[in-house]
Write a protein that binds this ligand. Sequence first.
Ligand SMILES: *Cc1c(COP(=O)(O)O)cnc(C)c1O
Length: 437
Amino acid sequence: MKFVSTRGKSPAVSFSAAIMQGLAPDGGLYVPESFPKIPQEAFDGVESLPDVANVLLRPFVEGDAIAAQIPEITRDAFNFPAPLAQASTDGRLSILELFHGPTAAFKDFGARFLAACMARLRTDASRPLNILVATSGDTGGAVAAAFHRRPGVVVSVLFPKGLVSPTQEQQLTCWGDNVHSFRVAGTFDDCQRLVKEAFLDPTLKSRFELSSANSINLGRLLPQAVYYAATSLAVWREQGRPASYIIPSGNLGNSMACLWARALGLPIGRIVLAHNANRTVPDFLKTGVWEPRPSVPTLASAMDVGTPSNMERMRSMFPDIRDLREAVSAMSVSDDQIRHRIAEGFRLGGGIWCPHTATAVDAYVRLTTEERHDQHWVIVSTAHAAKFREIVEPLIGQQIEIPESLAKLFSRPASAVDLQPELAALIGALEKTASKI
Ligand SMILES: *Cc1c(COP(=O)(O)O)cnc(C)c1O
């Protein structure tokens, strides 16, 4: 299998090359050149996430140098569960809990798979692979956790000083060892600009083997199809019905993975995208006019995206808007509705929802009675509520129990180096950390 750019002006590449390159040279995103239907019998007796992943990934890695290592990689990456919890007594609604990884959010799946691949794909083992990540919160923590203590890899996390919550800052600065945290005197945009400048700088390029762990990387997106495959098969085996998913969406990486799983023939029904007040996608589906815009801050901050980059993948899969409207539907949920849904959460199986998950719960409640009864619905829960306890606790009037994964992070000592938002400062800092290896 080869991977092609959404813009069609780059050569097709292998799975490994797509992962190491991140972005295609023409600026497009890598997508599989085809979606071979995987017969359901291929999954007979296959239940655990690593086993499902091995079957699902087989067509994509066929002929690639990494193919033989896939079982080892999936065991390494999928070492925590993605359980389906029943959420209604009639058995028609479940919650997919994607928050049992080391940083208690679904990005752990993609970050761990990418790390497991990259650690094995390093081209130049004589010098460390330097991963640079700019983060406004969730991504940096997941990437840092995934690469922590991997030999031959150094991670530099850049975050804006004073602009992340105390809970988030702890997750970005508690690692040590091969993870370096930089508190940049600037905004998230400054962090992102610094990383981009670093990649373009010729001296840095010759000094270091640089890579990014950007969310558009194929190695972060493809593994997310695995939990959709595993859970839709589980629903099918139990009820003989396809599973329909409601997915809290921002950059559309998680929902794109669900579309890919369905294209591979997995028993998936409808796909509903739940957005916050950043309504670029719901508006596009309604009007057919693509109008990216600056993001607005909301309670579900990991979904504050005004220009979702994976729409490029969605449109390359469904160039005709009528086909896209058949493939997905989308809703926008306001902060007031998020607050209301969290407060009312107990009524729906007694759940405590993070603000992102609450958007999906709200979208579910807005379905018509027929729609609800027609399908087996799965609400995708993207993060543990304890990650957003500053928001959730006042709304539910009680303290949230901290899961063990987060408690472990909170107990680690934190440290970060202050950085001016200039390339020279970043180069100096990278040189300094390199000299310590
Ligand atoms: C990143 C994130 C999202 C949005 O996922 P996309 O793949 O960007 O659509 C939703 N919820 C949480 C908790 C996240 O961290």
